[in-house]
Design a protein around this ligand. Structure first.
Ligand SMILES: *Cc1c(COP(=O)(O)O)cnc(C)c1O
Length: 468
């Protein structure tokens, strides 16, 4: 219910009543988090669209919050459940929920100006530099790795062709960016929106999911002969299909020799750096990259959405994106001050305070717990692989390198088996194709998963395959 007078229209009339309603929302959220283990994905109701169609009539906050809790909150993807391993979905944390509420309360526009939140974001970026083994550098929080990739490759292009901001693409040669076959499609999308087209991406053969470095060198040489400009090589740091890692030191050598940019797609794989041996060494060489993209919303369990880009050269980073028209002029004092404006480092002007949920996760849970969690998931994937290998109706489709386990059913069809387990609520695998056959795929980035969950899911999969 709102006061209809000027200056009050959109605030609660009765703050105490609002507070009571908000406590009920908080209780509903905690109840859902607490019951996450019993709440697998369910198909949304047939009439979902009708239930949420906008009426625009307004309603009392009590009724509104009830509707959100009953009509919307239950119909999620289910990635809060311990046996959800499809695609690469993070689980979210209770700490992150609280931080999101505080961020919304502050309602800070994190594009720039002199405000405390900017230091929170800078602290997060600095922390990422430390994990990457970078002495210094630049960076920015993004909505995810897809956005981060556009920023990184734009910097790469700016370094090679400083005229691009003024003159566009017309005078530039055809560019090429190299990535291991099976590398993530966000790189292709980035090149498309940057105006180079899908033709600019070169998929380098990757036996066992690792880029063949000789084939990379040969591809670069062939493109140079044809008059094309080899712009960047993208190292895959945790592939979506198999969880494999490129030899980043070898790629860094090529980038150095060829005067190319080395970008690393470390969306989830970055975090193996927090794990125990041997996993923590998988991304060796990332300290030599020119840019890195990674997500917090996958393996760091920060609620969606939050990612980041690291750019080695801050001057170049600013040269690529800084734009200060008269209405964004910097000032020595007051709000127009502040020596770090996020908008100078990326595409967005108005942006959310997503740094707070990352900061709260790291400061609240601590690096030891986060690292142990990464190690757990890698062990669980290895265990799942052993169970599949020991089964008479399943086999391991590729070696388990980190947190991904890909299982080939020897009976039944992968897509149908995955759907059956999803619908029964027993487990969520997604599917992929390995060596031409369809397989079930578990990407374990889930802090609720236990060894018992892994064992129960493999038993359910075996039973389904036997019945197929
Ligand atoms: C998820 C993912 C991406 C895309 O990241 P978003 O945060 O979803 O934009 C890119 N690369 C890899 C390896 C991924 O797993």
């Amino acid at each position: 219910m709102t006061d209809t007078s000027e200056g009050h229209r959109l605030d609660p009339t009765d703050w105490s009543a609002f507070e009571a309603d908000l406590h009920r929302v908080a209780s509903a959220c905690v109840a859902r988090l607490r019951a996450a283990r019993e709440l697998p994905w369910q198909a949304p109701p047939e009439d979902m669209a009708a239930r949420v169609a906008i009426t625009g009539r307004g309603m009392p906050t009590t009724d509104l919050f009830d509707r959100i809790a009953t009509d919307i909150m239950p119909h999620a993807t289910g990635n809060t459940h311990p046996r959800f391993w499809g695609w690469v979905h993070g689980t979210g944390t209770a700490t992150g929920v609280a931080a999101e509420m505080v961020a919304a309360t502050m309602n800070a526009n994190m594009g720039g100006r002199d405000q405390g939140g900017a230091e929170v974001e800078r602290a997060v970026i600095k922390w990422l530099h430390d994990i990457a083994g970078w002495q210094d550098g630049s960076g920015l929080m993004t909505s995810g790795t897809s956005q981060a990739t556009i920023l990184a490759l734009s910097c790469a292009r700016m370094r090679a062709f400083p005229s691009v901001r003024a003159d566009g693409l017309a005078a530039l040669p055809e560019m090429r960016v190299y990535i291991a076959a099976g590398g993530h499609s966000c790189v292709k999308k980035a090149l498309e929106v940057m105006g180079h087209g899908a033709a600019a991406i070169v998929q380098v053969p990757a036996p066992m999911g690792r880029m063949d470095v000789d084939a990379l060198r040969a591809a670069i040489a062939a493109d140079r002969t044809a008059g094309r400009h080899p712009l960047a090589v993208v190292g895959t740091v945790g592939s979506v299909n198999l969880g494999t890692y490129d030899d980043l030191n070898a790629l860094a050598d090529v980038a150095r020799d060829e005067e190319m940019w080395l970008h690393c797609d470390a969306a989830f794989g970055f975090w193996t750096r927090l794990a125990d041996a041997p996993w923590r060494d998988l991304s060796k060489g990332i300290e030599r990259a020119d840019s890195v993209a990674m997500d917090f919303h996958k393996w760091m369990a920060v609620p969606y959405s939050a990612g980041a880009v690291l750019i080695r050269d801050e001057t170049l980073h600013l040269a690529t994106f800084r734009e200060r028209p008269e209405y964004l002029a910097a000032g020595a004092d007051g709000l127009a001050g502040g020596d770090w404006w996020a908008t100078d480092y990326g595409l967005e002007l108005s942006r959310s305070f997503s740094a707070l949920k990352v900061w709260a996760t790291v400061e609240g849970l601590g690096m030891d717990a986060l690292g142990a969690q990464i190690t757990d998931n890698c062990r669980q994937a290895a265990h799942m692989g052993d169970l599949a290998q020991a089964s008479d109706v399943l086999e391991l489709a590729a070696p388990v390198v980190s947190n991904l386990c890909v299982i080939r059913p020897l009976q039944g069809e992968a897509l149908a088996l995955a759907a059956q387990l999803q619908l029964s609520g027993e487990a969520v695998f997604s599917t992929t194709i390995v060596d031409g056959t369809s397989c079930l795929r578990a990407a374990i980035v889930n802090h609720r998963t236990t060894t018992a969950d892994v064992e129960a899911a493999v038993r359910a999969l075996e039973a389904a395959a036997r019945d197929a």
